[in-house]
Design a protein around this ligand. Structure first.
Ligand code: HEM
Length: 188
């Protein structure tokens, strides 16, 4: 089993569905149920951009706790009203979960078929947390500002473009998936 499959199997992105999707024997064999996500053929995620995003995340990894703190500080500065969504949340634990899930996505950019079902499940849980489409843009802004602050000069214009493309792709997939619900296990 690959490292990535292990991450998926261990439920890093939260409780796994009973089965990845109807008709799929295993998560790695599972294809998306979300229409038009186009994750695996996204032309904006060139190999160069994937490399830049992965390189940037490696640079952030040693300061992940601080990066998560910067992220939420930025987020609540941009949109103080979002604090209400995290009313009873342990923010240190939440920061760890966020960084772990971002790491999972970044690591899987070259294997979108593996990460897509987990991203869709994450998006559906977010709909239940009260997250709305408009919030994804705000989170994207906070993420870019965090990278700017955390990476300094290493966050070059090309790295910024790469992260923006990656986040746009991720948020489009999540917004689309948040409108869907898991199909019933038994299909005609
Ligand atoms: C776009 C990428 C995002 C990623 C990778 C991400 C990641 C996560 C993860 C891993 C969790 C832990 C719970 C779980 O796995 O279900 C979580 C919870 C949460 N996220 Fe996100 N998230 C994203 C976007 C957003 C957005 C746009 C919002 C809106 C403000 C948001 C608000 C929340 C809230 C309210 C929780 C629940 C906190 C609690 O436990 O009370 N997230 N997120």
């Amino acid at each position: 089993m690959s490292k990535l499959s292990l991450v998926v199997a261990s439920g890093l992105l939260g409780p796994a569905p009973a089965r990845a999707h109807p008709r799929c024997a295993t998560l790695s064999a599972c294809s998306s149920t979300t229409p038009n996500t186009n994750l695996d053929r996204n032309p904006s995620m060139t190999p160069e951009r994937i490399g830049l995003v992965q390189q940037g995340f490696r640079a952030v990894a040693p300061i992940r706790t601080e990066a998560a703190a910067i992220f939420y500080r930025r987020l609540f500065t941009i949109a103080p009203e979002l604090r209400a969504l995290f009313g009873s949340t342990d923010m240190a634990a939440q920061g760890n979960k966020l960084m772990a899930s971002l790491g999972f996505v970044v690591q899987g950019l070259k294997q979108p078929d593996i990460i897509l079902p987990a991203i869709e499940a994450l998006a559906r849980r977010h709909a239940g947390y009260g997250v709305r489409d408009v919030h994804y843009e705000i989170v994207g802004q906070a993420l870019i500002e965090t990278l700017e602050e955390g990476l300094g000069d290493a966050f070059t214009p090309r790295a910024r473009e790469a992260w923006q493309a990656a986040y746009t792709m991720l948020s489009q997939v999540m917004v689309a998936a948040s409108r869907t619900s898991e199909r019933p296990e038994t299909l005609p």
